[in-house]
Design a protein around this ligand. Sequence first.
Ligand code: SIN
Length: 370
Amino acid sequence: MEVTPSGQACGATITGVDLSQPLAAETVATIRAAWLEHLVLAFPDQTLTDDDLERFTLAFGPFGEDPFIAPIPGREHVIAISRRADETAPLFAENWHTDWSFQKIPPAGTCLYGIEIPPEGGDTLYANQHAALEKMPEELRTKIEGRIAIHSAKNAYAPDGTYGEADRKTDRSMDIRPSKDAEATKAHPLIRSHPETGREAIYGCIGYSAGIEGMAQEDALALLMELYAWQTRDEFVYRHKWAAGMLVMWDNRALLHRATGGYEGHARLLHRTTIGGADRRGPLVSIDKGMVACDPEGISGRQIRRIRLPVTGQITRPCKRAFEHPIVAHPIAAAMLDQLFLMNGQDDVLAHPDPIGRHAQIYFASSRSA
Ligand code: SIN
């Protein structure tokens, strides 16, 4: 398998792997490592069915939940991003966003497989939010530090939103289902640590971010706009060019993305799945710079107090039982992990080394449904 970085703000191409076949654990680990490093991975020249797309997705986590867009017939977790050659409805997803950030546990990643790709145009843009934060002027960082954004799908999917009742009267080929449910809100910090690498990133942007806790709406929107202008600067952007038979996976936790047009008169069709976030089977406990950190929302519906503890070892291989591993030799860490382990059923606990070697994740594949 060969990983070739794009040379832009993020993104890499992976060749030498056939995704129509089940992947070995080491191959999945190598892809995950490249994903965390490059944030967008493109796999060209693949011939994939929807079964293959689903199997690939499940190698990296559970399916995410995809509201407001009906799945394609016969599938629960695959949606079509489509546009007919003669379609006149406004482009779908043309504004910068990160997928479903209004959810309590938004999807960790998205997989998009190109089926019909126009000869020109239709690129997808990705903005690296690790880089945007790292290079942010201190003055702006001070303004957003510790702030909590209020996310909502209202502007897009409520009956009076961009894809609401008026949009349903257009000739849009995508099966979008607006709903009053879009008015629900969920708060997320503007700066978040990536749950798998611990690296900080700006999370989300104006659009789904519709306000800031404790700030007058006018001030909040002004700050979100100022932040948006920084987040989407050219220097942080990777322009992805599609080809039919290309699968792309991206990391929603550290990126913004948007669709582009420029292919009038040509059809475009891609199939999309999302990789669920941390609450169902994802990372619950991370080892970050020698400390154990427990995700307070790690198990769906159950609040776990955030604690940080010194650890004594490094995970170097997958292991079955968290409490047997040297990384949890510290008695309090071991007790905490044992408790999580018991809450999740005793069948399947996998600890994976982090690719960069600084952190590790403990994954609980629960025998009970989360
Ligand atoms: C999306 O945001 O999922 C769609 C991106 C694209 O169509 O390029």
